[in-house]
Design a protein around this ligand. Structure first.
Ligand SMILES: C[S@@+](CC[C@H](N)C(=O)[O-])C[C@H]1O[C@@H](n2cnc3c(N)ncnc32)[C@H](O)[C@@H]1O
Length: 418
């Protein structure tokens, strides 16, 4: 027997390994950044922000529905992502509020990267000079890519801008950690030699000293990043979230601007790229976004990370049935039915097709601790509808995430002792 729990507003996912203390907040970044100051002021090492660019567009999230779409990779449901259409003055007011809180959240040696494009670059540069101080400007990084259309009335636009500022002069940027072998070798005017092992090097004499550089030595990237492209349509990293950035871009930022155990923050988390880059590199992360599909997409990507998810309880009345049986040391829950309520979509959902993921665990002090979960993936497109958890303290509970990104919680009572 199950009963809907309407007031659960937080879930702790404790899966796999990784540092404790990561969080995802669903809501407006201005309010979240303001409220996070109470606990995290002066504690965050790196903040990356990839806000809307004032494109005037409506962005979509394409979600796969049911076993067949996950298995074949064909078909998806296009859902409303976010509308990038705030009037300029409201947009700049939002950015001012977020950047002001971001400064307070940063550690004294912390760094902030703000990812924008030609549309808002001049406004944000001035805003950041005002908030962080002109003298704390470090770099204007150009992320150059080859994708994007052709143009006849202007040069095709093939780059984004990432502004890098510090909080103080004493910042922690360790570029040696992102040095990469240069695939083209060094091309310059220095004299070329080959050493006894066949390695090519260049040398130059200056001020009475000889400087030697090997062609295959790793080099620190300059401020034009042109060796990582936008995700292609068929890239396996693609989550269906419009405007998703490549993981490699975020890994570069995370590695040079934070250290293991540090807190990395992204207040426009989108598909969760920054959070995944942080988790992959042993950093704690704090993410926020106002779109439930961002929480769902991030949760799916962070399935193996410890994370506290905070949100307002979701509206909606799907039809659900489940049963539970208890053994000596375990409880087995079977999800029998999940029907999305009429009016949500024209689409028909068969069986458990409306379920994107579900989890079973225990409710303790208003917090759902998720123990075991099933998530649809390309590798495992089918949900078995059966989850076993160890018998534990707290109230047995189940969470279902539907394809619209809504999280529903249910108290479960045991129907049978086996
Ligand atoms: C450009 S996307 C971020 C993409 C992300 N970097 C990625 O790799 O997937 C911008 C995100 O900002 C979110 N957003 C827009 N306005 C917001 C606000 N006021 N508070 C929180 N999130 C907001 C949108 O929902 C969207 O997910």
């Amino acid at each position: 027997m199950i009963e809907r729990a309407y007031d659960v507003a937080q879930e702790l996912s404790r899966a796999g390994e990784g540092p404790d203390g990561s969080e995802f907040h669903l809501g407006d970044c201005q309010e979240i950044a303001r409220s996070l100051k109470e606990k995290y002021a002066g504690k965050v090492s790196l903040i990356y922000l990839d806000p809307p660019f004032q494109t005037g567009k409506k962005f979509e999230v394409r979600v796969r529905v049911g076993e067949n779409e996950w298995k074949t990779g064909k078909g998806s449901l296009a859902l409303e992502g976010y509308s990038d259409d705030l009037p300029r003055n409201e947009y700049l007011e939002m950015m001012k509020n977020v950047l002001t809180s971001a400064k307070a959240l940063l550690k004294s040696d912390g760094l902030i990267f703000v990812h924008i494009d030609y549309r808002i670059h001049p406004y944000i540069r001035i805003l950041m000079d005002e908030i962080f101080g002109e003298s704390n400007f470090i770099n204007e990084i150009i992320w150059s890519y080859h994708t994007g259309g052709c143009a006849k009335k202007h040069f095709p636009r093939k780059h984004d801008v990432i502004l890098l500022y510090s909080k103080t002069k004493n910042y922690d940027l360790h570029l040696e950690d992102i040095a990469e072998p240069n695939p083209d070798g060094r091309v310059n005017h220095m004299k070329k030699h080959v050493d006894a092992d066949g390695r090519v090097y260049r040398s130059i004499r200056s001020g009475g000293r000889t400087y030697t550089y090997y062609d295959d030595d790793p080099v620190i990237p300059g401020d034009v990043w042109d060796n990582m492209s936008h995700l292609q349509q068929k890239d396996p990293q693609r989550t269906g979230y419009d405007t998703q950035k490549p993981l490699r871009l975020l890994e570069r930022i995370v590695k040079c601007a934070s250290r293991p155990g540090d807190i990395v923050m992204d207040l426009f988390a989108g598909s969760g790229t920054t959070l995944e880059a942080a988790a992959n590199n042993g950093r704690r992360f704090i993410g926020a976004d106002l779109n439930p599909l961002s929480m769902q997409t991030s949760h799916r990507r962070l399935n193996n990370a410890h994370c506290l998810y905070k949100f307002a309880p979701f509206q909606g009345e799907p039809e659900v049935s489940a049963r539970a049986e208890r053994g000596v040391a375990f409880t087995r829950v079977e999800l029998q039915k999940f029907m999305i309520e009429p009016g949500m979509s024209q689409r028909k959902f068969d069986g458990l097709d409306g379920v994107d993921a579900w989890a079973v665990g225990y409710l303790k002090n208003g917090l759902f601790h998720s123990f075991e979960r099933e998530v649809r993936t390309h590798a495992k497109p089918r949900l078995t509808g059966k989850i076993e958890v160890p018998v534990y303290e707290g109230e047995l509970m189940m969470r279902i995430t539907d394809v619209f990104g809504r999280y529903f919680f249910y108290h479960i009572s045991v129907d049978e002792i086996v």
